[in-house]
Design a protein around this ligand. Structure first.
Ligand SMILES: Cc1cc2nc3c(=O)[nH]c(=O)nc-3n(C[C@H](O)[C@H](O)[C@H](O)COP(=O)(O)OP(=O)(O)OC[C@H]3O[C@@H](n4cnc5c(N)ncnc54)[C@H](O)[C@@H]3O)c2cc1C
Length: 613
């Protein structure tokens, strides 16, 4: 066992954790700052590893659309309004106002943002946004941010603890005073234990992709921060809002942009075009094809975008036991390019990179894709999907981001004294929908704030010792963790419950059934298997996380953002949003072992000079 004493403890080393560590050190120069992470710092988590065709970092700069001195107010309004009025307006204001400083900081650290000749940053429009705010370096924007921050943190006197899964927060008289961690490499339990005692602790453990069967997170992302904070009694919020969208099963690439604008056929394994079976029988096919085109700019499932009907159709087809593919070889039944809305045709024409004769554009989705994004065809081939040889691309809804998390206030503080949260682990800064690019921004803005505030608190207070009795009790609990089903089996069952009942189509009946399944798993317990203790503890955490997700889904009897709530699974459309009645938070808290849910009003956004513009 090793005891590690510090002033500020930061758990998780993605964009939020690294930013918090750097800021904590800058605020408390003589303080001991400890950054602890699963795996190798700089190589674990989403920021270090995730890529997409063009990763977005949302910023309002002085020249950002729509311009003028108030342009940041549009950004705040977007977060709040497009988010569905279920985020805190004060946090939206902070995100928007501090975006410029966050961008400039990364720019100074050498993140290679793409710039125009005049030195201004290139910005584009992302899913769910109205204005072009997304800065980028390319497909690896997040990785570049991680690398730059790691370089900075490594140049400072920050203690880095690699390969350590923090497994439990420690509390004394209502205050978080540290955490237990387990070295992932040691064999013997006593040797593995790390006891951190800290004056202030920041959770930056990211999201919980691994709670679902199909996701685009690295596998270590098991929502440990959500589960630890919950067990310690902190409030969590917005756990029902999880970003999900259609992805290629083999490459995990999000199926958006040109992939949809080429208007492929949606077929099952038998080659049957199934979309029309899930639309009203008199829906013209051209209407469905316009939706496919539109899906190119509205990737995540959202009640506020009619394109969610495509996700619903794919999901229902899969629940019926089918596999689903995008087929680019031939046009969908009755498709004519000229039937696309004029606005979409103009958009298509603006995207042409390698023009083909007009009649080819009519010929096949592959011809259209090769006209607007020939590089993608090559990329897919390199990654095992050869569209040119006639291969079809298997797709399924996959989870990409948790909008909610540990509820934070303006200082990155949580409802527990001594505990802060930032990045994807935190909740309340995003609403039901999260315009693309705001997650990376959030990791930087609230990472900085949490680091600063935690360091200020650490300067003010004394550290409390973790008692030997507490350590002995924890070791005893860990030794007793070996009964019931094998951990890997339990994990699979959790994933099958969430993927079936808390993914695209949510119903009261399904969610109740899912909760029963989770309760049975909890009751039966978890046995260690060849994956070891850390895997088993993560799996325990996944039960807590999944229960929070399912209970929050069950409580919200309306649809909003990615939460599509259906009266019955067979219904063609989800229930509508109940506005303004349901502009509410569902706040979750553990009270003496019972999961309590309460409805609360988020902080309303107030822009001092009224609406922007
Ligand atoms: C494929 C993909 C594409 C995306 N594209 C965009 C985009 O274009 N724009 C955008 O804004 N957002 C995007 N996102 C979301 C965004 O990248 C993430 O929300 C963000 O990077 C999260 O940063 P973070 O620091 O909060 O968490 P992470 O970067 O995930 O870091 C979490 C850290 O916590 C550690 N950790 C976890 N549990 C423990 C534990 N128990 N003990 C110790 N350490 C622990 C992990 O090892 C890791 O170091 C995308 C996400 C994905 C998956």
């Amino acid at each position: 066992m090793e005891r590690i004493e510090c002033d500020v403890l930061i758990i998780g080393s993605g964009g939020a954790g690294l930013r918090a560590a750097v800021e904590a050190k800058e605020t408390f120069k003589r303080g001991k700052i400890v950054l602890v992470s699963k795996g190798v710092i700089g190589e674990s988590g989403v920021t270090a590893t995730a890529c997409s065709d063009r990763m977005a970092f949302h910023v309002t700069l002085p020249y950002t659309e729509p311009g003028g001195p108030d342009n940041w107010k549009y950004h705040a309004e977007d977060i709040y309004r497009i988010g569905g009025y279920v985020s805190d307006g004060d946090l939206a204001l902070i995100l928007a106002k501090e975006a410029q400083a966050a961008f400039e900081y990364l720019d100074r650290l050498g993140v290679p943002f793409v710039k125009r000749e005049d030195g201004r940053a290139e910005q584009f429009i992302t899913d769910g946004s109205e204005y072009a705010r997304a800065c980028y370096t390319g497909p690896r924007t997040a990785n570049h941010i991680e690398e730059a921050l790691l370089k900075k943190a490594s140049s400072m006197d920050i203690t880095m603890v690699h390969h350590c899964m923090v497994s439990e927060l420690l509390k004394s008289r209502g205050r978080v005073i540290g955490a237990f961690g387990l070295d992932e490499r040691e064999e013997e339990l006593e040797k593995r234990l790390r006891v951190f005692s800290s004056k202030a602790t920041i959770l930056t453990t990211g999201g919980a992709g691994e709670a679902f069967g199909l996701h685009v997170f690295p596998v270590c992302m098991t929502g440990d921060g959500y589960a630890m904070a919950y067990r310690a009694g902190a409030e969590l919020v917005n756990m029902e809002f999880i970003q999900i969208g259609l992805c290629s099963v083999r490459t995990k690439l999000a199926c958006s942009g040109s992939m949809m604008r080429a208007v492929p056929r949606f077929v099952n394994e038998e080659g049957e075009e199934f979309l029309k079976n899930y639309f009203h029988h008199d829906t013209p096919l051209s209407e469905i094809y316009n939706l496919i085109f539109e899906k190119g700019a509205s990737w995540p499932v959202s009640r506020e975008k009619k394109t969610h009907l495509l996700d619903v159709a794919v999901f229902k087809e899969m629940v019926r036991g089918h596999r689903v593919f995008l087929d680019y070889r031939t046009n969908p039944e009755g498709f004519r390019f000229q039937d696309l809305d004029p606005g979409w045709r103009r958009r298509y024409e603006n995207e042409i990179k390698r023009p083909v004769p007009d009649q080819w554009r009519e010929r096949s989705p592959l011809d259209r894709l090769s006209e607007i994004n020939p590089e993608l065809i090559d990329w897919l081939k390199e990654h095992g999907v050869d569209l040119k040889s006639g291969e079809r691309m298997e797709i399924a809804p996959a989870v990409q981001h948790f909008q909610g998390g540990v509820k934070i206030g303006e200082r990155g503080d949580t409802s527990l004294r001594g505990l802060y949260a930032a990045g994807e682990c935190a909740g309340g800064q995003h609403g039901a929908n999260r315009p693309g690019g705001n997650a990376l921004l959030d990791s930087q803005v609230f990472g900085r704030i949490a680091g600063h505030e935690a360091a200020l608190e650490a300067k003010r207070i004394d550290r409390q010792e973790v008692s030997q009795r507490e350590i002995d009790l924890y070791l005893k609990r860990l030794k007793g963790l070996n009964r019931g089903k094998r951990a890997s089996e339990v994990r699979k069952e959790i994933q099958s419950i969430t993927s079936r009942f808390a993914a695209v189509v949510r119903t009261e009946q399904g969610l109740r059934e899912g909760l029963k399944g989770l309760q049975a798993l909890r009751r039966d317990g978890i046995a260690l298997d060849e994956n070891g203790l850390v895997f088993a503890l993560e799996t325990e955490n996944l039960i807590d996380v999944s229960e929070m997700v399912l209970r929050a889904c069950l409580a919200r009897k309306e649809s909003r953002g990615p939460h599509l709530f259906f009266n019955r699974f067979e219904d063609p459309s989800p229930l509508p949003s109940r506005d303004p009645k349901w502009r509410k938070y569902i706040v979750i808290q553990n009270r003496s072992g019972e999961m309590i849910l309460k409805k609360e009003n988020p902080v309303t956004l107030t822009l001092d000079q009224g609406r922007p513009g």
